[in-house]
Design a protein around this ligand. Structure first.
Ligand code: NOJ
Length: 562
């Protein structure tokens, strides 16, 4: 019998047949059952998902119209990028009112319908919480900058100019890379690690912290099911702003993130919010070391639920990547979290180019196959898988030609910076084409109609011109078999440069996963007995009983072992 997965339905069938297995007693934190461990998270970039009113921008009603699609994928949790009021300097990551909905996206009543319709379908909602910084158009900032004695002054970080120049801080999105912006109104500088329209909030101020917890309770009371904390490692800063050791001005990981009071803030947030609701919590980034990551998420610390680390996602480079490196990184993280804490498994998001273009192969003959192979990886590792919208269709990087095709503030400002310093804009453009964030933000390709069925108007960013060939069947893989969620992970054929092979095992149930990360037919040497092994899924035409020592290009298969 040939077993092919061309739709999620096949996966769901697979799950049903294995449901109920692995009901072992919780022996460690890592095997303790939690809904957010068993969930598959689907990240929606609202601006590009589905436009309901023809203004070229995705909106909440558009999302509502596609909830059945999401449900069919087998998704339990949707993470929505920010939908709060915003002047959109950074596509919603610059919030001007945390208790309102961005006009482009609809109204609060649309939001109420969205959450009701999601819950009706058994889908939970995780919202982005952007509180390392606000918009400079937030009322707090307007007040804060108005005078040195305003009660909101200490909601942000100010440096009075008569103290001399503040010690340099690097800004990720600023045209001059300068995180201090001079404001003549009060003869002071304010701090912004991101764009100058994203001033950093002062977490040392207990009033500010209370405001944030109140905002969180506002949304939790509306029934949301979780928070993703944006850039939160940066919230805790050394506010004496010491001079960084020379040549470390840009060392974000070491000098900017994971500041002195971070864990106090998170524990306070947990006491006031997380512990009072059945919500999941994840912060962007997991610190600099495994200890940092554990300190954020180990259950006995009462801070966050799961780590979202970047070491894996960052492996793909324009010049390619080594699978040995990839295996080493994911295996190392798995073993560090074997007994305590919990991980997110991620290969793409709205800050990355497309998964298949970075980790698979987006040439027409391999796009679908390699997307499915990567999906198999995401769905069979220990940790909560995060699927970025469109990856289930194998959406690829776009065909941006010049800087005018881009919309992302970080890309536009960096380009302008290079012009200003007479830098190499053409190399930068080449880089952007491969790794620019807008690659992941082009409109969702629903069908072969005009603008890929995303909008009846003019899309805010051009649709990827390859949309006519990409609207294939659903290929998303979903697995919530307990052994695949909680089971131990064991790497096989470790030094094979093209095959990623591993087992997942729990409570007498054992699966073998074989993934060919190359366009070649390759050998595997897994060194375990396959007597009685049963092929459960394959992205190729593999027949039951065929030898697994040779894998076809980008082939992925899952076996159940005796
Ligand atoms: C991380 C978000 O994922 C990214 O999109 C945003 O630009 C920055 N934080 C600033 O909020």
């Amino acid at each position: 019998m040939k077993i092919i997965f061309t739709s999620l339905a096949a996966v769901v069938l697979f799950l049903c047949t294995t449901k109920g297995l692995g009901q072992q007693n919780a022996v460690s934190q890592a095997t303790e059952k939690k809904w957010w461990k068993e969930a598959v998270v689907y990240q929606i970039y609202p601006r590009s998902f589905k436009d309901s009113d023809g203004d070229g921008i995705g909106d909440l009603k558009g999302i509502i119209s596609k909830l059945d699609y999401i449900k069919k994928l087998g998704i339990d949790v949707v993470w929505l990028n920010p939908i709060y009021s915003s002047p959109n300097d950074d596509n919603g990551y610059d919030v001007s009112d945390y208790r309102n909905i961005m006009k482009d996206f609809g109204t609060m009543s649309d939001f109420d319908s969205l959450i009701a319709e999601m819950h009706k379908r058994g889908i939970r909602l995780v919202m982005d919480l952007v509180v390392n910084h606000s918009s400079d158009e937030h009322e707090w900032f307007k007040q804060s900058r108005s005078s040195r004695t305003n009660p909101y002054r200490d909601y942000y970080h100010w440096w009075n100019a008569e103290r001399g120049n503040p010690s340099p801080r690097y800004s990720l999105f600023d045209i001059n890379h300068d995180a201090w912006r001079y404001d003549s109104l009060t003869n002071s500088y304010y701090l912004h690690y991101f764009s100058r329209k994203q001033p950093d909030l002062n977490w040392e101020n207990p009033k500010l912290r209370q405001e944030v917890y109140d905002i969180m309770k506002f949304w939790a009371d509306k029934g949301i099911d979780g928070f993703r904390l944006d850039a939160f490692g940066f919230a805790a800063k050394d506010t004496s702003f010491p001079v960084f050791p020379i040549r470390n001005e840009k060392n974000f990981m070491l000098y900017y993130a994971m500041g002195p009071h971070l864990h106090e803030y998170l524990r306070e947030m947990n006491d006031q919010v997380f512990s009072k609701y059945d919500v999941m919590s994840v912060a962007e980034g997991a610190g600099n070391t495994f200890d940092d990551a554990h300190n954020l998420v180990d259950a006995d610390r009462r801070e966050l639920n799961m780590a979202y680390a970047f070491e894996g996602i960052d492996i793909a480079k324009p010049e390619g990547y080594s699978l040995l490196h990839f295996k080493e990184v994911f295996s190392r993280w798995d073993s560090a979290f074997e007994h305590k804490g919990w991980l997110s498994i991620v290969l793409s998001n709205h800050d990355q180019a497309r998964m298949v273009s970075r980790f698979g192969n987006d040439r027409p003959q391999y796009r679908a196959l390699s997307s499915k192979m990567l999906s198999t990886f995401l769905m069979t590792m220990r940790g909560t898988p995060y699927y970025y919208n469109g990856d289930e269709l194998g959406m690829t990087n776009s065909a941006f030609r010049n800087i005018h095709d881009f919309r992302d503030v970080s890309a536009l400002n960096e380009y302008q910076h290079l012009i200003n310093i007479h830098g190499d804009t053409s190399t930068y453009l080449k880089r952007l084409k491969f790794e620019g964030r807008d690659n992941g933000r082009t409109p969702f390709q629903w069908d072969t109609s005009a603008n890929a069925g995303f909008t009846t108007g003019t899309p805010w960013i051009a649709v990827n011109p390859n949309y006519k060939t990409i609207n294939a069947k659903l290929v998303k893989l979903r697995k919530n078999n307990p052994a695949l969620v909680y089971g131990s992970y064991h790497l096989l054929d470790k030094n094979n440069p093209t095959v990623y092979a591993y087992t997942r095992e729990d409570n007498g149930m054992k699966f073998l996963i074989l993934l060919n990360f190359s366009p070649d037919k390759v050998q595997t040497n897994i060194g375990i007995s396959l007597t009685g092994a049963k092929l459960l899924l394959s992205n190729d035409q593999r027949a039951q009983g065929s030898p697994v020592t040779v894998l076809n290009p980008y082939e992925a298969c899952i076996y159940q072992l005796q």
